[in-house]
Design a binder for this molecule. Structure first.
Ligand code: SF4
Length: 262
């Protein structure tokens, strides 16, 4: 009888263990599988970028300061409005080409009013070398009209207001607010910043909005403006899309991108 009771107790214990193991099994299989992300980083996994450890980020910022202490916007401008026009024209175009075009353009159109009431066909031909000239004419004239009608002829100073201007999205707004006014509204995410922040494993996203959010979370706010310029300079001078010059890169020891050439 005693032996029977012992056997029953032992069976109960085993059932309990099995049940618990079963639950754990369910929990384990419910955990999402880690996917390999197309991040441009060696052995990278999806989700939060592994390279965002504050010490590593600080080391990257220090190296960028060392390499590009004077980095700034390469679009020539005399004021916030001219920078806005130049930035709109810079979409899918080099800064060198934009600077050639604006050199003449700003002599002819000296105020937002002048752009707002330009003759569209004329302006189209004047900005034609920058590409997408019809859309750019609409954006430049539309933004100028808004600035004249709603903002007293001054480029607004907040992201919210900037985004009400035709042809202006976060990238353009960040360029103008940061460079012309020194307002750190965000991080400029252009083609260079997308490529480099992924190569440096500071983000795993591809969408510029998400990349900007990732960068704003790990870069101190007082560095947002300078960091954008520095990354763009590095992308133009060293970390090219094709064949980056890794042997000449002072970030090489911190970088484990699969695109590395050394
Ligand atoms: S090591 Fe190469 S890939 Fe990495 S940041 Fe430098 S240039 Fe770019």
């Amino acid at each position: 009888m005693a032996a029977k009771k012992k056997l029953k107790a032992s069976k109960k214990k085993t059932d309990k263990k099995a049940k618990s193991a079963g639950k754990a099994g369910i929990r384990a299989s419910a955990t999402p599988k880690t996917k390999t992300a197309k991040t441009g980083t060696a052995g990278a996994a999806a989700g939060k970028a592994a390279g965002t450890d504050p010490k590593r980020v600080a080391a990257i910022l220090a190296k960028l300061d060392e390499a590009y202490p004077q980095a700034t916007c390469e679009l020539k401008h005399g004021n916030a409005f001219q920078l806005l026009v130049a930035t709109i024209l810079s979409a899918q175009c080099t800064d060198v080409r934009v600077n050639q075009v604006t050199q003449e353009l700003f002599k002819k159109y000296t105020t937002p009013q002048a752009f707002a009431y330009a003759t569209p066909a004329e302006l189209e031909q004047e900005i034609r070398p920058t590409g997408f000239f019809r859309n750019k004419t609409k954006s430049v004239m539309g933004a100028s009209k808004e600035i004249v009608d709603k903002f007293g002829g001054q480029v607004p100073r907040t992201m919210e207001e900037m985004l009400t201007l035709p042809g202006v999205a976060r990238k353009t707004a960040n360029v103008v607010l940061g460079t012309a006014y020194g307002i750190p509204s965000g991080v400029v995410v252009d083609t260079h910043v997308i490529r480099l922040s992924r190569r440096l494993d500071l983000t795993r996203h591809e969408d510029p909005k998400k990349i900007e959010q990732d960068l704003m979370a790990i870069i101190p706010k007082e560095k947002w403006i300078q960091f954008s310029h520095q990354l763009i300079w590095h992308g133009r001078r060293v970390c090219f899309a094709r064949k980056p010059k890794c042997a000449a890169c002072n970030l090489e020891k911190l970088c484990y991108s699969k695109d590395k050439t050394v």
